[in-house]
Design a protein around this ligand. Structure first.
Ligand code: SAM
Length: 293
């Protein structure tokens, strides 16, 4: 039970205010642990103690909006089975969604030069899954690569999933700040993106034809996959495993393996290469694994 049920309206000297004079509830280590244990159960993460301030900053506005005076009260609320929507909001707030177009460019070179050509030669469709797609820059980069290699009307598909509904909404919309385009070549930008003007000045939109080739859906990688989920020639699972607890990560990789066609590839973030301990994969280059036949 937390000791920190602060009332911001009492002047007990413990309430904090941010630089704008807005009340910031205090998150004790006990409250941090109970909250992140609950959220971690869904996310598969173990939040290190160093994330205490970050979690407090991300959730403070929800406490204010809900009129709650402590994080312990928020934890009590989130534990209620009927509070699924609030739990989703909390998950949206604590996940880190940093991403960019053509991030870790060697993966897109691999897609273009190694993954696609043999399938194209055999006339087989190409199915790629961006399994923690964040705000969409990764699946749209994949889609541009496929469209360039195979053409817009060829038989290829991109599935893009994430646990966070907030990032999925952004991804479906496909609207980005102009500075996000830094990693997109001028040629691809002209072909697949529309420059905004008027109220969209300083932004660009992924062109509808390309947007329609990416299917977005919410999937929590910690749960069993829908039996209807397809099988893929490549799965991008990048920059999501960093905080995953090792046993849950191994279980997830095992389940993912079943969704990769024999000879297909699992592509992880360059900082995550050591995370793959599951048998049945062969490392073909740093951070790229081939599923054994
Ligand atoms: C740092 S972003 C990485 C985005 C992209 N893959 C990249 O490398 O640029 C991590 C994403 O993983 C998502 N995520 C975290 N836990 C997840 C889970 N259990 N299931 C599905 N997605 C998850 C987060 O919502 C976030 O959008």
């Amino acid at each position: 039970m937390s000791q920190n049920h602060l009332n911001p309206h009492t002047n007990n000297g413990m309430a904090q205010y941010d630089a704008h004079g807005i009340w910031m509830p205090e998150l004790s280590m006990g409250e941090f642990r109970e909250l992140t244990e609950l959220l971690g159960l869904h996310l598969g993460f173990r939040f290190p103690d160093s994330k205490q301030k970050l979690v407090a900053a991300r959730l403070a506005s929800r406490l204010r909006d809900l009129g709650l005076v402590s994080y312990h009260d928020y934890w009590l609320l989130l534990r209620r089975p009927e509070e699924k929507t609030e739990l989703q909001r909390a998950i949206d707030l604590v996940t880190t969604n940093e991403t960019s177009f053509f991030r870790e460019p060697s993966h897109f070179d691999f897609l273009r030069d190694e993954l696609i050509p043999p399938l194209a030669k055999q006339g087989r469709p190409v199915r790629i899954w961006s399994a923690a797609c964040s705000t969409g820059q990764e699946p749209y980069s994949i889609a541009m690569t496929l469209a360039e290699s195979l053409g817009m009307h060829a038989d290829w598909q991109v599935l893009a999933t994430d646990i966070s509904e907030r990032v999925l909404a952004h991804a479906r919309h496909g609207l980005y700040a102009m500075h996000d385009a830094d990693q997109i070549s001028l040629e691809l930008l002209k072909k697949y993106c529309l420059k905004g003007n008027g109220e969209y000045e300083g932004q660009f939109l992924i062109e509808r034809a390309l947007r329609n080739r990416v299917r977005f859906s919410q999937v929590n990688l910690m749960n069993a996959f829908d039996p209807e989920l397809a099988h893929f020639d490549g799965v991008f699972l990048r920059n999501v495993m960093i905080y995953l607890e090792s046993d849950r990560r191994d279980e997830m990789i095992e389940r993912l393996k079943d969704r990769i066609n024999p000879g297909g590839y699992l592509i992880v973030g360059q900082a995550e290469s050591m995370a793959i301990k599951t048998s049945g994969f062969t490392l073909v280059q740093p951070s790229i694994y081939r599923r054994n036949s």
